[in-house]
Design a protein around this ligand. Structure first.
Ligand SMILES: Cc1ncc(COP(=O)(O)O)c(C=O)c1O
Length: 381
């Protein structure tokens, strides 16, 4: 039987060698590799300033910390996302104001943003859902009108372009994740990308205790000052070494994702009981994180049976994301959101199955998934 895990990092000899080299030396943090990785990341995205960090969550937290977000202030947050997008706002004691998803893509429903902006609103955050870009022109227009900071959650958006520009370079900051199932990995790890030099310079210090100079700049040991608060959100040299090697493969990974996605979506497009979220087209270039199918009509409540059928045949699946964030207990208890308050995000959470198109899979795997999913649907119909 085939085994098709939802995600499997592709770590080869080059990555192992690079990591061992770090271990054989004496610099494990504060070294040259983190800086090299930052530079190579901006080469890949085609611009901006990059700050390597310990995770995407750290990058999101640093974004609001930089902004000076305070209690009683508010941030617009998509309801259909990972909890980290909202948690980062909560870390600062501020309030995420959730917006439902649009049906076509699962991205934030931009039409609902303005009516939720008030004098307490400081920022708009968006997530490029499953790698499909948000219309950043419309987001930036609203942000400019109301003088708001724009945070792009790019956790699934390595290789996402809107109007030819890479995700993370449209808003004020973009936050990336290199967690193992993502487009490439540094184990845990993330990157903050910004087109503003001023933001990058300050966050570079805020990610490392607020110390006023980098280790390399400390001519005499013990001579430095701390004039602001800061965290320990640094990326270490082992992670950076992995990242540098993985970046060399990323264009190949993205090509395979696209090919797999096309095979899978073509194979499933005639199934009446499935609707597929829209991916690329025109100004919108997806990173093809995965293919999410929404179960419709008579099978919409049969997800568990279908997922089990696939699992028995070696096919791993996932759900992006299992609940609209405001429906998780923490947010429900705190803000009292009702069950029916985010209808589109709820449909995606309750009735979708995410299928992998990752570079660990090939055309035969896609064929096999199409065959098994069709069988499962016939069985539960
Ligand atoms: C949209 C989104 N934002 C943020 C995160 C958190 O990323 P990390 O695990 O790197 O902190 C995730 C993780 O999957 C995510 O999907």
């Amino acid at each position: 039987m085939r085994t098709i895990p939802f995600g499997r990092p592709i770590i080869k000899e080059e990555e192992k060698k690079a990591v061992l080299e770090v271990l054989s030396g004496s610099i494990l943090v504060h070294g040259p590799r983190a800086e090299e990785f930052e530079e190579k990341f901006t080469n890949f995205t085609g611009g901006g300033y990059a700050v390597s960090v310990s995770s995407c969550t750290a990058a999101l937290h640093l974004s609001y910390f930089y902004l000076g977000l305070k209690p009683k202030e508010e941030v617009i947050v998509p309801a259909q996302t990972h909890v980290a997008t909202a948690h980062a706002v909560e870390f600062c004691g501020a309030k995420p104001v959730f917006i439902d998803a649009e049906e076509r893509t699962g991205n934030i429903d931009i039409n609902q943003i303005e009516k939720n902006i008030n004098r307490r609103t400081r920022a708009i955050s968006i997530v490029h859902f499953l790698g499909m870009p948000v219309d950043m022109q419309r987001i930036n227009k609203i942000a400019a009108k109301h003088n708001l900071f724009v945070v792009e959650d790019c956790a699934l958006a390595v290789g996402t372009y809107f109007k030819g520009r890479h995700a993370g370079l449209h808003g004020d900051v973009g936050c990336f994740s290199f967690y193992p199932v993502k487009h490439f990995t540094t184990c845990e790890g993330g990157m903050l990308l910004t087109k503003h030099k001023k933001i990058a310079r300050k966050i570079l210090r805020q990610k490392a205790f607020g110390v006023d100079r980098h280790v390399g700049e400390r001519k005499t040991p013990g001579i430095y000052d701390v004039d602001m608060l800061g965290f320990n959100y640094r990326m270490n040299e082992l992670q950076a070494a992995l990242g540098i090697e993985q970046l060399k493969r990323v264009n190949g990974f993205l090509k395979i994702r696209k090919e797999n996605y096309e095979l899978l979506s073509n194979g499933l497009k005639d199934m009446d009981e499935l609707s597929l979220l829209k991916s690329s087209g025109g100004d919108y270039q997806s990173s093809y994180y995965c293919l999410s199918v929404i179960l419709r009509n008579s099978i919409s409540k049969k997800r568990f049976e279908i997922v089990s059928y696939l699992k028995e045949r070696g096919i791993g699946t996932s759900v992006y994301y299992p609940k609209p964030v405001p429906h998780f207990t923490y947010y429900k208890n705190k803000y009292g959101y009702k069950k029916n308050s985010f209808p589109v995000a709820s449909i995606i959470s309750n009735s979708s199955i995410a299928l992998s198109v990752g570079p660990h899979l090939n055309a035969e795997d896609m064929e096999y998934m199409v065959k098994c999913l069709k069988e499962a649907i016939i069985k539960v119909r």
